[in-house]
Each structure stands twice: as structure tokens, then as C-alpha cells.
Design a binder for this molecule. Structure first.
Ligand SMILES: Nc1ncnc2c1ncn2[C@@H]1O[C@H](COP(=O)(O)OP(=O)(O)OP(=O)(O)O)[C@@H](O)[C@H]1O
Length: 262
């Protein structure tokens, strides 16, 4: 399949006199798995918000799942996109249980009210939580979970409405080594699943990129300085330019490693 899931053309975002994104042109096709990498403040989260129809660009054009931003009802578009990010986690109401947090994604809402969920919804929510290793957390309150548990529950929630596009903003941030490796392995399995949605993940660390991610975009100062197949983009030269220091880069068993060199 080769349908275009995202198409950004010369996108700029300007806030308070600063250019958060500048002239970003980027296409994501169906079934691709992208990683957006860049240093702090590069504009990664801003770009993901554009991809999630949460932010309109100041200039340029954006098409998401065939719908042009500015000419489509974003409230119809957003349920087709699954997002796991710190911004979503911060909005979870106090006391919300894990199962309700996942179930409410069917309605693209946060906070259970009086909606009715059928056994199919419940079955799917339980299945997703199981797949992410969270079955034992179903009755727990989200606000009592560890950071690693929260990250996995958020991904289950993002997958609940069977989205066509899955956006993950720093899914491994704040995890210990075991938690990171567990999550990276689960994301590698998801990336390998032909039934999984098109995926875009943001990270600062190439070590967090799961095997099976096919493409990469490097952001620096709001500009896309390289993009394409992951092994063509993750070169020492390009990553060094992106992070502004001399890096050595290696690939082993499908994973990437970068370190400063003198
Ligand atoms: N409303 C705003 N006004 C001015 N600058 C802003 C505004 N919102 C964000 N910025 C700046 O835009 C830049 C890009 O922010 P963004 O969160 O997209 O970067 P990021 O690559 O995700 O960073 P990090 O890795 O630190 O999370 C940052 O320098 C940030 O301070």
C-alpha cells in the first residue's frame, strides 16, 4: 500500500516571534514507521502536534489521512489518530482507572461519564492492555502507576480506537533500563505487525528506536535537516550535524547506538 498518511508542504509554525518550525516538507506513506529525532527544543513535539491535528501551521499546508487542515472538521479527523504523549497524560482526571482510561478512547474523551461500552469494547481494551503487559493493572488508578506502567497504558489507549495513524511522543522518557528495553521490544513487535497503524515516534535517543522502524527525520532548530530511510539518515555525519557534536554511530541486532567521539 502506498497511500499518503501525512503530507506537509513548507510548514512553518511561529509563536511569540520565534520560528518553532521552518519550511518543513515531509511525506509519510501508509505502513511506514517513522522516528523523529533531534535535540531539546528542535520542534519535535510541535511537529507531532501538527501531525495529530492539534495545531495549525502558521504557513504552508498539511494533509492528514487525505484531509487538508483548515478545510476539514478536526473533530472528525482526530479519532482516526492515536496519540500517546505527556500532554495527554497530564489531562487524565484524578482517580481515573486504567480500564476507563483505555475505554474512553473509543469516544476520544478523557474521563468516564455515563457512556455505555459493550463487551466488544471491553474485550478490545483488555486485549490491548494484555499485549502491553498491563493486564494486572486494569482496576488500578492511573495516577498511582509508575512512569513505565503509565507509558504502556497510554499506548494501549492510543491503539483503542484502531487508529490509522499512531503518534508516540517520547514513549521511553523517564523509564529505567529494564522499562526502556521492555517498551522498545513491544514497539518492535508492533512495528512488525502488518495490521498495526502507520507510526511516528519522537525521541532524543537513537538507542530508543525499535527494530522495524523504517524511516527517520532529523530536526534541528525547527528545520528538517535530513529525512528518508533510517539507515541512510542515521549516519555519523548527519546525526553529528543534528546534535551539534561529533558522534560515532553503530547498528547492532537492529538497534542503534550513538556516542560522542574526540
Ligand atoms: N508558545 C511558544 N512561544 C515561544 N516559543 C515556544 C512556544 N512553544 C514552544 N516554544 C519553543 O519552541 C521550541 C520547540 O519546542 P518543542 O516542544 O516542539 O521542541 P522539542 O524538540 O519537542 O523539545 P524537547 O526535546 O525539549 O521536548 C522550543 O525552543 C520551545 O521553547
Amino acid at each position: 500500500m502506498t497511500g499518503e498518511v501525512l503530507h506537509l508542504r513548507r510548514v512553518g509554525v511561529r509563536r511569540g516571534g520565534a520560528d518553532l518550525l521552518r519550511e518543513v516538507t515531509w511525506t509519510v506513506n501508509e505502513n511506514e514507521r517513522w522516528v523523529i529525532v533531534g535535540p531539546n527544543g528542535a520542534g519535535k513535539t510541535t511537529l507531532l502536534q501538527i501531525a495529530g491535528a492539534l495545531l495549525h501551521p502558521t504557513s504552508g499546508s498539511v494533509a492528514i489521512l487525505g484531509e487538508e487542515l483548515g478545510r476539514t472538521d478536526v473533530f472528525e479527523l482526530r479519532p482516526r489518530i492515536g496519540i500517546a504523549s505527556a500532554a495527554v497524560a497530564e489531562k487524565v482526571p484524578a482517580g481515573e482507572t486504567v480500564i476507563d482510561l483505555v475505554l474512553t478512547a473509543s469516544y476520544a474523551i478523557l474521563g468516564r461519564w455515563q457512556e455505555e461500552y459493550d463487551s466488544l469494547d471491553l474485550g478490545r481494551a483488555v486485549e490491548l492492555l494484555e499485549a502491553l503487559g498491563c493486564a494486572h493493572l486494569i482496576r488500578r488508578r492511573f495516577d498511582t502507576l509508575s512512569e513505565g506502567e503509565r507509558k504502556r497504558v497510554q499506548i494501549a489507549r492510543a491503539l483503542m480506537p484502531d487508529p490509522e495513524l499512531l503518534l508516540l511522543d517520547e514513549p521511553a522518557a523517564g523509564l529505567d533500563l529494564g522499562g526502556r528495553e521492555d517498551l522498545v521490544a513491544r514497539l518492535a513487535r508492533l512495528a512488525d505487525d502488518p495490521a498495526a497503524p502507520t507510526m511516528v515516534m519522537v525521541t532524543h535517543h537513537v538507542e530508543e528506536v525499535p527494530d522495524g522502524f523504517t524511516h527517520a527525520l532529523l530536526l534541528r532548530g525547527g528545520q528538517a535537516i535530513a529525512q528518508g530511510k533510517v539507515d541512510e539518515v542515521f549516519t555519523a555525519e548527519r546525526l553529528s550535524e543534528c546534535f551539534g557534536l561529533r558522534l560515532g554511530v553503530e547498528r547492532q541486532d537492529g538497534r542503534w547506538y550513538a556516542r560522542a567521539v574526540r
